[in-house]
Design a protein around this ligand. Structure first.
Ligand code: SAH
Length: 371
């Protein structure tokens, strides 16, 4: 059978599992999101008010604008390198970068010095990004795409990524009698996809402290693909200098628990239902990411909540400026956007901002102590 003969990803995966046995959760997630024929990001306009989930840049232009100001501060502290690489892994609809460039264009020379490189796997998404960023193409001297962080040009780097890491596949391990065994996806009697436990055991080196004391059935998540991205960016910052922000939802301290989830129409859904038709993600383990940066030789990793970060960057002041002289409806919209981006019960606390820099730079967003 060839790829063209499957009517859906479900059929394709069922065929594969039937022939070769269960697959890891990581292989399942990768297929669901990135399969060249049926993957979610390959085939669907996923992000936005009317789609499956809404992200911070799609919530408000203020998000990208404030990050644009941060990028300018980083560039200036690096001594205004020209050229430098401005990179965004997983740019979605290109909204964050468009808002960032508009704000940063007020700093003389920034746009002209920037070599913009977008790291995007999906041809569909690349098309959207091109449409959003075309107005900047001439001043930037072009738009470039790559599908790997390791293909970024050899020069000072300023990188920003929002909700990129959570889209990279994770592995799960389940505590069983014999130890921590890898979780996978198999086929049930009725031909449905089901969760199974694979024979492979977790490498003890990846297990956090306290793993031995966890009860049977406990879940531990590990995402080597995310750590590899951080290691690669950290290595580049060390070699060429620069600064990077990784914004995502997750925990500051490694722990146990199942956070693998599907989003469909702005609601949680069964991750095994309709493979390729819904977004799959999991929480990001920021403790492990900071450790990955240190492994690569970069000591300057700092973590802030999205709320604290944006407030320190001037979210309230920006909302005030945008609302100045506007009607009550506009004021209310801005108030809601601020609440959504920074409110502790909304994106403010669950979302976190990991900052990597080399050398150590004095940049806003982390309070006095961490600066
Ligand atoms: N940053 C955007 C989009 C987040 S969705 C926003 O905040 O709105 C995740 C993005 O990462 C999408 O653009 C998706 O196509 C891209 N992506 C997913 N897996 C990827 C991979 N393995 N390599 C490169 N890009 C990927």
């Amino acid at each position: 059978m060839t790829a063209g003969q499957f009517a859906s990803l479900k059929e394709k995966l069922a065929f594969q599992i039937d022939r070769q046995g269960p697959i890891s959760l990581s292989a399942y997630m990768h297929a669901c999101l990135n399969d060249p024929q049926f993957g979610y990001y390959t085939t669907r306009p996923a992000i936005g008010e009317t789609a499956d989930f809404i992200t911070a840049p799609e919530t408000s232009q203020m998000f990208g604008e404030l990050i644009g100001g941060w990028c300018v501060a980083a560039w200036q502290q690096l001594g205004c390198p020209d050229p430098f690489c401005l990179a965004e892994p997983g740019p979605g609809r290109g909204t964050l970068m468009a808002d960032l460039l508009r704000a940063a264009s007020r700093a003389e020379g920034f746009i002209e010095a920037a070599r913009l490189v977008l790291i995007e796997a999906s041809p569909l998404m690349r098309g959207r990004q091109k449409a959003a960023l075309e107005p900047w193409e001439d001043r930037l001297g072009g738009l470039e795409w790559t599908d790997r962080v390791s293909a970024l040009p050899a020069m000072p780097l300023i990188a920003v990524a929002n909700e990129f890491l959570d889209a990279l596949p994770l592995r799960q391990y389940i505590k069983a009698e014999a130890g921590w065994r890898e979780a996978g996806i198999g086929l049930g009697e009725d031909g449905r996809l089901i969760r199974v436990t694979l024979p492979s055991l977790a490498d003890p080196a990846i297990l956090p402290e306290g793993a031995d004391g966890e009860p049977e059935g406990a879940v531990f998540e590990h995402a080597p693909a995310r750590e590899a991205v951080i290691e690669e960016i950290a290595a580049r910052l060390l070699e060429y200098r620069g600064a990077a922000l990784f914004i995502d939802y997750g925990h500051a301290v490694s722990g146990f628990g199942d956070t693998f989830q599907a989003m469909r129409g702005h609601a949680y859904a069964d991750p095994l239902a309709g493979p390729g038709t819904q977004d799959l993600t999991s929480h990001v383990d920021f403790e492990r990411l900071a450790a990955a940066a240190r492994r690569a030789g970069l000591p300057h990793a700092a973590l802030a909540s999205q709320g604290d970060f944006l407030l320190e960057l001037g979210l309230l002041e920006r909302a005030g400026a945008l609302g100045h002289g506007k009607d009550a409806a506009m004021q209310e919209t801005l108030r809601r956007q601020v609440e959504r981006l920074a409110g502790p019960d909304q994106m403010g606390t669950l979302f976190k901002v990991l900052r990597l820099t080399n050398p150590r730079l004095e940049l806003p967003g982390y309070g006095q102590a961490a600066a």
